[in-house]
Design a binder for this molecule. Structure first.
Ligand code: DC
Length: 222
């Protein structure tokens, strides 16, 4: 049985960077599952399909290939063989991803792909439904959270460093909208698995969070 770690949580809880650091520490691959929903969102936008059009997006999903590859700097996300890693981080694609991730058809395809990848090797997956749906038998399940204001602050600083001119207030509003969509959708909404360890990172520093998760995984591995 491969070592499978599940990290779930809302936007801005620090999942991606924590997941990257923990995976490096344990020397295993990190699968950012949000990037796969982002690739579907990007495909819809490119084909002129409104992300709110479930039937249209489901058809788009049937005709694209989403895949991941690993290079020195980690995961590359591919859409029909094209490396779209750098194109899926805009606010437009973020919102589209959250919208298309509501659809059962899209979720089924992505979950299947994620399960196939995780069954092949030791892997840490981060997302929204990893502990509840993708890997119900994960070795360790973590639910990472923080207050909406702290999450918006982190996201604002990240976007600002990339040259975005969005204000903190806009970022907070978008984050609350995405929380609302991710936590209240009908299919596999974001919530902690019953056996997840919940870590509130509002007042925790990054290294402490990484140490705590790595220690839990090492204990299971031993
Ligand atoms: O983690 P992220 O912000 O890159 O994810 C983008 C969107 O994809 C997010 O709003 C919710 C959705 N998502 C999901 O529904 N299930 C996952 N396992 C990962 C992401």
């Amino acid at each position: 049985m491969p070592l499978n770690l599940a990290i779930d949580g809302p936007v801005g809880a620090g999942k991606s960077s924590v997941a990257d650091a923990v995976a490096k520490r344990l020397n295993i691959l990190h699968l950012d599952t949000g990037a796969m929903y982002r690739a579907v969102g990007l495909a819809a936008i490119r084909q002129g399909v409104d992300p709110r059009d479930e039937a249209g997006v489901s058809t788009v999903c049937d005709h694209i290939a989403v895949d991941v590859r690993y290079g020195q700097e980690g995961q590359h996300t591919l859409l029909n063989g094209e490396d779209v890693t750098g194109l899926i981080r805009t606010e437009e694609v973020s919102m589209a991803a959250s919208t298309v991730a509501r659809y059962v058809h899209v979720r089924q395809s992505m979950v299947k792909l994620q399960q196939t990848l995780a069954a092949r090797q030791d892997m840490l997956l981060d997302g929204r439904d990893i502990g509840t749906r993708v890997l119900p038998n994960a070795t360790v399940k973590i639910y990472l959270t923080a207050s909406p204001e702290e999450r918006a602050r982190r996201r604002f600083l990240e976007l600002e460093s990339k040259g975005s001119t969005d204000t903190y207030e806009q970022v907070l509003e978008d984050l609350k909208k995405r929380d609302q969509q991710d936590m209240h959708r009908a299919v596999d909404p974001l919530r902690p698995a019953e056996d997840a360890v919940v870590l509130d990172t509002t007042a925790m520093d990054f290294a402490a969070v990484v140490d705590a998760i790595a220690a839990l995984a090492e204990a299971k591995r031993a």
